[in-house]
Design a protein around this ligand. Structure first.
Ligand SMILES: Cc1cc2nc3c(=O)[nH]c(=O)nc-3n(C[C@H](O)[C@H](O)[C@H](O)COP(=O)(O)O)c2cc1C
Length: 206
């Protein structure tokens, strides 16, 4: 039995392609794995706080040294990290904004990439602390960024997500891109159909 963390980062509702695709993935997953459990986080509609100076001071000191202000600042991060570490598998839907991730997802990463909790650092360097987890990342993007084309370099979303989750130890990441959504109805329909197919395959593969 696996526990899944399902997260949507689009601030849109029913019009969101990434949100629609992740919802379908979870429905298919539950049909195939009825005993698995799911925690849902709607980052798009309920963003997490930005980190601030008391947060940083707390993240780099021992809990018994926290001032009341620092304890309050780090509390949401503790809850988000606990939630993140409790999952075996992640299904994150993340639109491309300005060739990268939306600010709400960056704020989430700043809360969960925590020294001593999701990575460690010592004289030998940095080490990820999150192991044996699988991640499916669903993106929705107006343009297309195929390898071997000039626009490939504009995709700062995929390499950044690979890097940051690799940094904390997550290396099994599947990307499903719904691309070219701004290129007319036919291109949009095809992109969504292809993404749906890829996600069904991902569910079947477990
Ligand atoms: C503020 C903003 C910035 C965007 N920047 C990009 C971009 O840099 N590249 C791209 O391909 N699409 C871009 N788009 C298009 C979105 O990625 C596309 O509309 C996608 O469907 C949004 O995800 P959603 O449907 O899940 O809300 C942008 C959209 C918005 C609203």
């Amino acid at each position: 039995m696996a526990h899944i963390l399902h997260l949507d980062a689009s601030p849109r509702g029913d019009r969101s392609v990434s949100r629609t695709l992740s919802k379908e993935f979870i429905a298919n997953w539950k049909a195939t794995h009825p005993s698995d459990t799911v925690t849902y986080r709607d980052l798009g509609h309920h963003p997490v706080p930005l980190i601030d100076e008391p947060w940083i001071a707390a993240a780099y000191s021992a809990p018994d040294q926290y001032t009341p202000e620092q304890a309050a600042a780090i509390r949401p991060s503790n809850e988000l990290v606990d939630e993140f570490l409790a999952a075996d598998r992640y299904v994150f839907s993340i639109p491309m904004y300005n060739f990268s991730i939306p600010a709400n997802f960056k704020a989430y990463l700043d809360q969960i990439v925590r020294p001593g909790r999701t990575f460690s650092v010592d004289e030998t360097g940095y080490k990820g602390l999150v192991h044996n987890k699988k991640m499916t990342i669903i993106t929705a993007r107006g343009g297309t960024y195929p390898e071997g084309t000039p626009t490939h370099a504009y995709d700062l979303q995929t390499p950044y997500l690979k890097l940051i989750f690799g940094f904390i130890g997550i290396v099994e990441i599947d990307f499903v891109h719904a691309d070219g959504l701004a290129f007319g109805d036919d291109a949009r329909d095809l992109a969504i159909t292809n993404a749906q197919f890829a996600l069904k395959t991902a569910v079947a593969q477990g």
